[in-house]
Write a protein that binds this ligand. Structure first.
Ligand code: ARG
Length: 581
């Protein structure tokens, strides 16, 4: 509906240009918003205000001119000028009902699909030297939910798990692996089941023994020169580390597979060429023996130029170097239209620098959009970065386990007579959903406080609330026998039916925002409002006890559409629904 009004306004603006009311080269993004107050209609635009300057007319006068020029549409019942020159649109209820009727029989819930694009999504991307910790949670689940929404809208998505599987710390790990095997044979495998301890122990050896440190450095050199023995050790290590990640993904219900892993090491062979190409373009400068690039736009607080380091004095390459190679691959081989990076906001400067350098060096097509969709920090209840009681990093597996234990308690307290298997299954879904939803529902760019209590509450914008709301809507259909809605029509009469219908019709707009801006929290807020609109409808409008069959069937269709929208919306957030809880 919003995009329909938008297109009516675009046509109006076109006609203004032809008539010379505004200059022909005038470019503007026409904004149409949902109104907060129903007395102002359903949608409103500030277009008249936007045009005052270029048209040299006052906004109310312009608003009237817009209304007079607006193409007629069956969807628009009434248009009004408000305040200083806002234009309010009142949507025609029967046109709205038609739109919903359309959604009933459509697997995409009546959403108009955009032109498909190829979108590379770089997410999760943990460093394999250590175990996944809470810092990787946000990238993994926010990325996965945007991926799901993109695919639902028909885009071609290429997942890229840009894991950190290269670098000097691997020398230390391989040296330790070697040492353990010499000592304990195959039992060394066991030590790797806890990567966190393994890393710590390796680091300890590295710091205490000069001999060990020398061996570690030697192994890095051999690894980089392609030595078969080293590579085998390295592959074994990464394989184990990756299987830890995939255990977490499976538990979280994240759609990444092994085939999506395309880590830093995948670009090894290209790094020398990256340096050569930058050099050939005269972009490289020597700084303390290292090869760096200075770009005018990047300076520190003192106004000194900030470099991107491309190659260290000892010949080693850096994080930025593999990112440059990765961008080239994503542009030339994967042919991406957009590349989305779900990475901590603390890396913002890194991405600004490498994006701008990749364009400058023509490593990527000019029309490829590079987007760092950063996120804030997950803090503990004390407002500081989330840590264990003893101050260590919180492993993701432990966090999910605790969520599960708490969810089980919660579900049991609500259903004291339920059998253990059912309880366990419901608790599994509630626990994981609570963790995911708490994260997804926050604005991506803000820090947030991780609180089990808040996320497991049945009140407010939480997973338990929404899962429960879904079971209530779906529950209606358990009470009807031989349901046949094939001839049923949606009719919007009651105020609450209209409100619900209005909400349902917004699903498409919401999903565009989720994928355009990489903001799943918009979908969470929408689902919460939809559940609320359904509650108010259900209180005011009897469904099974409606006045007549036509009304009952119309209301059943509204309920069905609500159930499907809630379920689809939750699934796009990576959340399973339950039939009972
Ligand atoms: N491995 C990095 C980290 O843990 C994130 C990689 C993000 N992706 C990228 N293309 N740089 O911080």
């Amino acid at each position: 509906m919003k995009s329909h009004i938008q297109s009516l306004l675009e046509q109006t603006l076109e006609s203004f240009k032809q008539q010379g009311i505004v200059p022909a080269d005038f470019e503007a993004r026409i904004q149409v918003d949902r109104t907060k107050d129903k007395s102002h209609g359903d949608l409103a635009t500030n277009l008249a205000m936007m045009l005052t300057k270029v048209a040299g007319k006052n906004p109310r006068e312009l608003a009237q001119l817009i209304i007079d020029t607006l193409p007629t549409s069956a969807y628009v019942a009434k248009v009004e000028i408000a305040g200083p020159g806002f234009i309010n649109f009142f949507i025609n209820d029967s046109a709205l009902a038609d739109q919903l009727q359309n959604a009933v029989n459509d697997e995409h819930l009546g959403i108009k699909l955009p032109t498909p694009q190829t979108v590379v999504v770089d997410y999760s991307s943990p460093n394999l030297a250590k175990e996944m910790h809470v810092g990787h949670l946000r990238s993994t689940i926010i990325g996965d939910s945007v991926v799901r929404a993109l695919e639902f809208l028909g885009h071609k998505v290429i997942r890229q798990n840009h894991v950190g599987d290269w670098g000097t710390q691997f020398g230390m790990l391989l040296a330790y692996m070697e040492e353990l095997r010499a000592k304990n044979g195959e039992e060394a495998q066991l030590e790797l089941s806890d990567l966190e301890n393994f890393y710590r122990a390796a680091k300890l050896r590295f710091d205490e023994s000069a001999e060990f440190a020398t061996r570690a450095r030697q192994l890095v050199v051999e690894l980089q020169s392609g030595d078969e023995y080293c590579n085998k050790l390295w592959r074994e290590f990464n394989d184990i580390s990756l299987s830890h990640c995939h255990e977490v993904y499976a538990r979280l219900g994240v759609s990444l597979t092994r085939a999506d892993v395309h880590g830093e090491s995948a670009y090894n062979a290209d790094l020398e060429q990256v340096v050569k190409d930058l050099d050939a373009q005269g972009l490289l400068t020597e700084s303390n023996g290292a090869k760096v690039v200075f770009q005018e736009a990047f300076r520190n607080k003192e106004g000194e130029p900030l470099p991107v380091i491309i190659q260290k004095a000892d010949g080693g390459y850096l994080y930025a170097t593999s990112d440059l190679a990765a961008m080239r691959y994503r542009s030339n081989v994967l042919k991406a239209d957009r590349v989305l990076y779900f990475v901590d906001l603390r890396q913002a400067l890194h991405f600004q620098q490498v994006f701008s350098l990749a364009k400058l060096a023509k490593f990527v097509r000019e029309d490829m959009s590079l987007e760092h969709l950063g996120f804030g920090t997950m803090n503990g209840e004390d407002g500081r970065p989330f840590k264990t009681r003893s101050g260590g990093v919180v492993k993701l597996v432990d966090l999910l386990e605790e969520a599960n234990v708490r969810a089980l308690e919660l579900v049991r307290s609500k259903n004291p007579d339920m059998d253990e298997n059912t309880l366990a299954e419901i608790a599994r879904v509630v626990g994981i959903s609570a963790v995911k939803y708490a994260d997804l529902s926050k604005n991506r760019t803000s820090d947030y406080i991780f609180s089990f209590e808040q996320m497991l509450s049945f009140e407010g914008n939480t997973a338990p609330y929404l899962l429960y709301a879904y079971t209530r809507v779906a529950g209606i259909f358990k009470r009807v026998t031989d349901l046949d809605l094939s001839q049923a029509r949606i009719v919007l009469e009651h105020e609450k039916e209209k409100d619900l219908g209005n909400k349902l019709a917004q699903f498409g707009e919401i999903l565009s925002r989720v994928v355009d801006k990489g903001q799943p929290h918009v979908l969470c807020a929408y689902l919460y409002e939809l559940a609320g609109a359904f509650s108010s409808f259900y209180e005011a409008c009897p469904v099974l006890a409606a006045d007549n069959d036509a009304q009952k069937n119309s209301r059943l269709l509204l309920a069905q559409l609500t159930a499907r929208t809630l379920q689809k919306g939750l699934n796009l957030l990576g959340i399973e629904t339950l039939e009972r809880m």
